[in-house]
Write a protein that binds this ligand. Sequence first.
Ligand SMILES: [Zn+2]
Length: 374
Amino acid sequence: MQANPRSLDSLFNSQLRYVVPMFERLYVWRETPQWATLWEDVVEKADLQLAGTASNAHYLGALIIEGVRPNSPREVKRFLVIDGQQRLTTLQLLFCAYRDFARQNEWKTLDRATTRYLENADTDVMEHPEEEQFKVWPTTLNRNIFREIVAAGSREAVETRHPLIRLRRKRRPEPRSNLVEAYLYFAASRGEQPPEGVSRRYAHDEIKRAVQEETHGKCAYCESKVSHVYPGDVEHMKPKDVYRELTFDWSNLTHVCFKCNNAKRNHYDQQSPPVDPYIEDPGGFFIPVGPLVYPQLGNLRGERTIALVKLNRAHLIERRVERFETLKQLIQRLGAAPDQGTREFLLAELTEQVADDKEYAFVCRGLLETYGVP
Ligand SMILES: [Zn+2]
């Protein structure tokens, strides 16, 4: 038995197959929570990579497999899947959606690389190529559909083979196999409109953009510009692991940088929930003290939010102080302004500097107040 961490590459990149025992249960994973959570994690890791931020590997959980003595020397090395068939199958469908996307765009290298994760090469020397060519071979009742999806080669082909069927007087279309839905879910998760029948993913670009506009591209908590400093995430004010039904509730979505998101992740105390900067006035909970944010005296929710989201983390203090330098120069010039015209110009500039769309506007306004700037 091996209990060491394996990368996806080492799992899928050699000539082998993972066979789900015949009488195992069917593939049952669904959009929520499993596909959505997996996809969200993939996107988060990819964003970190693209932003050049070192990111840890994503842990997919334990996989229990058992090597099987081959029936013939031609047989591709086979492992029985004792635990992990849902994950292995989901990964295959994700790769398959990705391969088809690469293929459609004629990205040949990516197409080849992903194909290697799905299929074993050299079918002509296999004992049973129709089965052994697949890296993962699902349980009996799932096999035909799985084979069809991998063989189809494009989202259109999969949809043609498995169209949505609407019966008369039924509001919802007939359910398709979870395998088909999983493939289509991942095929749609590239920012296009998801196919009919697959509900909108909450982090869909359009929603993300709208939320971003409402928060002026700033993190709703720490007021860092999210778009170019570090990647942001559509944040669920109430963690969606706890409040599933709220996943698609617009009012529960806001825009938060990944540092605040990570710090806050899944802490939600109904008695004393973190301040929701989206609908609550931060001034009612916090008070700016130089580059620091303090809770209003005796304000428990303010206090908890500061601790939870780490609103006084070193990086934030540094960046707030940097902003103060600009403001202090303007304030100094204002004090020494030779005439009314210059004074008005500098006041307008200062007002502009602490507008809602500016970084760290909350503490910056506090600074102006400290210096008695109207
Ligand atoms: Zn933040």
